[in-house]
Structure formats: C-alpha cells, structure tokens
Ligand binder design. Structure first.
Ligand SMILES: [Fe+2]
Length: 345
C-alpha cells in the first residue's frame, strides 16, 4: 500500500493507493488543494477510485464535490452524512476497496454523528474523533462527548497497540501516533471514566472555528453560492425538533401539518422514499419558491430531509422569513425508516 499525506499543514489529507493496480483513494480533501491532488494523481499515474470524507467538516470546505466533478470518482461518507452529493453511504463494518487493498469502516460518532474511522492492516485513519494527544471537539454539529468516549474506547482502543494512528488534524506538528501510545498517554482519555470525560469536555471552552457558517453549511448542503442566506447557529439551535413518531401522530390529527421535503429529486424518489403527501422543494430552490409556501405561513409546517440537518437549515430560514409555526423532522427520513413508518417512492 502506498501512503502519503498531501496537505503538509495542520489539516490532513491522506492518499492511499494500491501499487499493482495503480488505484488510489483520497481521504478528507480540502477544496483549496484540489489542483495539488490532481497533480499528484497525474504525476504518479494513480486512478482515483473514491473520495472519502471522514465526517462533515466545520473548519474547511470539503474538496470532495469538486474532485468528483473533475475525476468522476464517487464521494463516500457515512450513512448519516447530510450532504446530497454523497454517492455511496457506508455503515460500520463495510469495506471501501482501492485496487487490492481495502479499508474497513468503523462508525465512530462523537465529534459528529457521521464520523467514521478507516482501518487498514497496520493503521487507522481516525478523522477528528481521536487526535494525537487529544480528541476532536464534541460541542456542536451533533457532537456528543459520551458517544465519542464510547467510539474511542470500544472501537479504536480495542485495536492492537501497534496500530498506527493518523488523525485528520494535528496542531502540534505530530504526524503519527499509535493506539498503544494514545491509550497510555492521551491526556484527555488516560485514566478517565466516561463521565469524567464528559465533564472534562463540557469544561473546555473551544472557540468557534472562524468561518464556521461559511464552511459547515456548504459541506452539509452542497450549496455554496449566494442564492441561499444561511441562518446563524443561534437560529438553527432554536428550531423545534419533532421525532418521527411525533410527526407521524400529528399527521393523523385534525389539522395535519404541511410536510416540505427539502432534498433533491433523486433522493425524494430514492431508496429512503418520502413521507406520503409531502411536497418537494429542494433547499436550493427554497428562496425562489417561497411564494408557493406563503399561504401556509401561519400553519404548522414540518421540514424533512435525509438526516434532519438540511431541513433544520430550511426550518430556520422559513422562521426568519416570518413563518410562525415551523418544525423539523429530527433525524430525517433515516429516522422515519428506522421505525418503519410508511413511505412512498
Ligand atoms: Fe472536524
């Protein structure tokens, strides 16, 4: 297996390649460096088989979409990734092939719900869940310190001690660690119980990434032009979240809400299907089609998408435009399907 870190900065992008077949895979590409990745691929004669984002990033624009457009390679992410540009969704235990090599997917939520780690024979790419001498923040974008502790201790620390650790970030100039070293010396984790870890993470005051809205929202929605004015974090946090069971029961009530699905058309008709009776207004078209919804400005409107992230954005936008009774289907169609509620395709 050929292996290379391509960014050479604090934010890491890994190339994994199979020599005999000349196939390659890129993990966590940044938009800024797409030209560089293409140059390396061309120089070495690698054919790109897949682009993997270990999670929805909040600190840089993913280069996945652009690399896909330029090379045709599919973007691969966890099932809970909100972006509509993901061509292949993977789950815990799946394999991502690159020539004769393969990487095993470990679902390691905590930094975000869609965080995965990728395991090959001797090394694990840990995204932002486990860092060298640290852990990724767990205080926004669906992060959860308890989940993170479980991911690290139950999925990563059970790997052989000599397994090499390659995280998505390092702020101190390190390039590699090992599972054994992190188990023994990681100051956030060593000797700490789950509750102690949760308490510690709650005490740390992380500054918000400088351009979080400009980065997180395009990575979540695949919309990065000016046609959509993204809501602020505070507006997103205020959106009323209803779980799938609650939405299903109000649909049966006397005044059922209007369901607005903000995914793309192929998702609406895809394998997760849509809630019967829902209306399709892709998030990107929401501003230009607002008049269609205006008659419902004082009615209960429930926004729907794949994982509940894009629809939270849509709900905040509608609320900001004066719609008075807006909710979000928490967990989206993934949650709806999980409890086998009815769908149409
Ligand atoms: Fe991250």
């Amino acid at each position: 297996m050929r292996f290379q870190e391509l960014n050479q900065i604090q934010c890491k992008c890994y190339l994994v390649a199979c020599e005999p077949t000349r196939r390659a895979l890129i993990i966590d590409p940044e938009r800024t460096y797409v030209d560089r990745y293409l140059a390396v691929l061309a120089y070495e004669g690698w054919k790109l088989d897949a682009i993997v984002d270990t999670h929805t990033h909040a600190d840089h624009l993913s280069g996945g979409d652009l690399l896909h457009v330029l090379t045709g390679a599919p973007v691969v992410m966890h099932d809970r990734a909100p972006s509509p540009r993901v061509a292949r969704h993977v789950r815990d235990g799946d394999f991502i092939e690159v020539g004769q090599e393969r990487l095993k997917v470990l679902h390691t939520p905590g930094h975000t719900p869609d965080s995965i780690s990728l395991l090959s024979d001797d090394r694990v790419f840990t995204g932002d869940v486990l860092l060298i001498g640290g852990t990724g923040r767990a205080d926004f974008a669906g992060g959860n310190a308890g989940d993170q502790y479980d991911s690290i201790t139950k999925k990563l620390f059970i790997l052989p001690d000599e397994t090499l650790v390659f995280p998505a970030h390092d702020y101190r100039g390190n390039t590699v660690s090992s599972i054994g070293d992190e188990k023994r010396h990681n100051p956030r984790l060593a000797g700490r119980s789950r509750q102690e870890y949760i308490d510690l993470m709650a005490r740390i005051e992380f500054p918000l990434p400088s351009k979080i809205q400009e980065v997180l929202q395009p990575n979540q929605t695949a919309i990065d032009d000016d046609e959509l004015k993204f809501p602020s974090l505070a507006q997103l946090n205020e959106v009323r979240q209803l779980n799938a069971r609650d939405v299903y029961s109000v649909l049966d009530g006397e005044v059922p809400p209007l369901l607005v699905d903000v995914r793309e058309s192929d998702e609406f008709h895809g394998n997760l299907g849509h809630v019967p009776g829902s209306q399709l207004v892709p998030l990107k078209e929401l501003p230009s089609r607002i008049e269609e919804l205006q008659p419902y400005a004082d009615d209960h409107i429930v926004l729907v998408c794949r994982s509940g992230v894009r629809s939270t954005t849509a709900a905040a936008i509608l609320t900001a435009m004066g719609f008075s009774n807006v909710s979000n289907l928490k967990g989206g169609m993934l949650a709806w399907n999980e409890i086998n509620l009815p769908v149409e395709r």
